[in-house]
Write a protein that binds this ligand. Sequence first.
Ligand code: AMP
Ligand code: MN
Ligand code: ZN
Length: 838
Amino acid sequence: MDSPKSNDSTNSGLRDSTSKANDEEQDELCPGFRNADAFVKYGLGAVLSATKASASLPQTGDEDDFYRSFPGFREFCESQGDKLLHCMSQIMQHHGCRSHLRDQSKLTGLEERFDLVVDSNDVILERVGILLDEADGVNRTQQPVLPAGFQPPKIVVSSWNRMVGSRSRSETFRLLHAKNVARPQLKFKEKVDNSNTPFIPKIFIKPNATKPLSSYFTNKQIRKQRPEDLDVPAALADLIHQQRTQEHVEDMFAHPYQYELDHFTVPEGLLSKPEPQMYKPISKTKCSFIDSLEDLVALNEKLCKLSEFAVDLEHHNYRSFLGLTCLMQISTREEDFIVDTIELRSELYILNEAFTDPAIVKVFHGADSDIDWLQRDLGLYVVNLFDTHQASRALNLARHSLDHLLKHFCTVDTDKRYQLADWRIRPLPEEMVQYARTDTHYLPYIYDCVRAQLLDFNHGQPGLLQSVWNKSRDISLKKYVKPIFTEESYLELQRKQKRSLNTQQLTAFRLLFAWRDKLARQEDESTGFTLPTHMMNKISEELPREPQGIIACCNPVPPLVRQQVNELHLLVQQAREMPLLKVRRWLEPMFLPEVTMFGPHDTSRVSEIYFIQPVRFACSCFTSCDNSAFFLKELETPNDQDSHSVAQMKARRIIESFENPFRMYLPSSGVHISKNAKFDQSSKIYEISKRWKLQSIEQQQKELEAKREAKRKSKEEAKERSKKESAKGDVKKRERVASEVGELTPKPSKKLLKSAEKPEKKEPPPQDDFNPFDYSQSDLKVFAGTKPKDNTQFDPNRRNNECKNAKGQKSSSGPGNRSMSYMAGKSERGVRQNWPKR
Ligand code: AMP
Ligand code: MN
Ligand code: ZN
């Protein structure tokens, strides 16, 4: 930032044609090149001719072999090849990449060399990306933007906001640190919920409802109650809380206006051709800043009387984990309103009266994100949305941005210079208010224009216009999905980056990713602020041996990295302890985390053989998971089924039958919650896993009872047997009993095994005696103590004893934990104090 010279020279190349005077002030970019443009032109020419030349080289195979039989050709190729490799090595060295391309001893084959080149290309391109972003003003660290004069300027003149042509230099954009902006989160009445749990709608009143809001939302007591608020012992409080929430799970995650939106029809009159109603000039339009409840109520009343109004939001996501809606712009045909959504965050729900009124059209441009933000921060929903972006698409306009529509329909030139501004600042500078209102001011008029054109386009038939309304409705049906950390999240990012890492590097990347996610949630900062991805890449690539090395990978050093450099160093050290394997494709299973059983499945009841080799889950919960396929090795081919015992076959069917109990909580994009989450004490995924436990307990209970029954029976039988030692049928009986009750790991004595062998081979594995457990049928009422105590009723203490007895050691985990792959020591009931308080 403080090297304006280099910045300017790069920029001068980019805007070469517009500012000759500037060029004269500049030194040459590099010898022989006046500016970046000239350099790029030359470079591109050279690359093109090199590519052409290489394409006309003899093809590998016969052609190449033939040419190479001439010593002259061979020598020439070798010397040229050497030169090229030397040149490439130099470039790679220059960029700090490994570069022993020519060193035959270090690398064996072409493949490795190719990998090396690919790696280096990635590094170089990453760097190019960063520099381009910087030149664009986008700056990877997304330093927020303030209007000129708001703070003493630390100026970076950047190209993205530069107006081509007439604008003077003083008008160019200033990219500033927003260090002095107070964190709005601090004054939120309701604290932000960054926990690793799915989003639950904020709504508690549902205006314009055809279907009433479920009691979960209307009953404040149910909604607000936390287990810790209950005046009963902790274990009981958890159970009661789980049961209460369980009853509402479906409602909790549904779209509150699903029904109304499903039944929404566009008012007849809106499908006929309108006469566009011209907008009022901005200068003659009243603009009100709404930051009090009183004004908000008045605004709502005004809006409720209209047939349409336009809405837009401004958002900030650098100094917040989930992001913050900072501003709402509303334009009617007469007035503009700027609503302070930070100040009125907890009150804005009242606008639902107008926002969900099907008779009032809400015009947005590109509403996708707005719909998310409205739900997430303000509890607002939209019924009868018209998205002008969708209209622009349907009309097949040249571009679909708002700028373009403004130019096209209103001949208004705008610049989006404040789009990335720090919208948290208050009082909002006049320039930003002016910018903000242009985002909605013209929309009602554009709405008229596009409707008219959509009808004209379709020869007066409403089909096309209707399709825009349908698309808009689909957008308003979107549900906000909170980012959920899973054990595989890092792989998604890694996959996108297409870098090839070795096991140590990938482990470091995984650990850093988890550290970053956890800290960002905790501190309510974005992951980009906590540790930008390019820095995380660098640390995981270089695996610095010293904390100082970590600092050296980051420029500028993010505050949280500086604060926690020792923790980070430990993570890197941990990664360094991994056996070093070259991983050419990150997909290869060997460096995936030490997970054999993946998911909330009962591992304890699966026969031993399934643990010797990791099992491939064929269960429904992971069929959508493209990781599962390579995650776990295939245990068996269909042909070797015969060689498995009844118990093994049963175990497999049990595994296959499991439904992912989290599915209902998951966003549709295939996010998988896995066992890692439980390790995070501050994460509420634990709470979910307990819910799952709750669901599974009954199943376990049944099995437990069955087991007991079986034990009792077999004891009786054993007694009998000892009386009549010669009785032959016993063994068989016993075996059958064991398999009937789900005793999956029978360890019969040798004697039993021998005699059991024969009948077992004769009998095909019973197919019908196992019914997959249907979780949806769980009778959770057993936990409420409403039923008379019977054998199937859950008793935490009894279960604990059972664990203890079964393992012969004290189990620290809570009920049911023994049989979870989500288990782990942290999820005891006793550690409730570790839950984040809301
Ligand atoms: P807009 O609808 O264009 O006013 O944008 C709304 C919000 O989206 C802005 O306040 C920004 O936070 C965000 N946004 C818009 N465009 C971009 C972009 N190109 N890059 C990052 N964020 C953006
Ligand atoms: Mn917008
Ligand atoms: Zn906007």
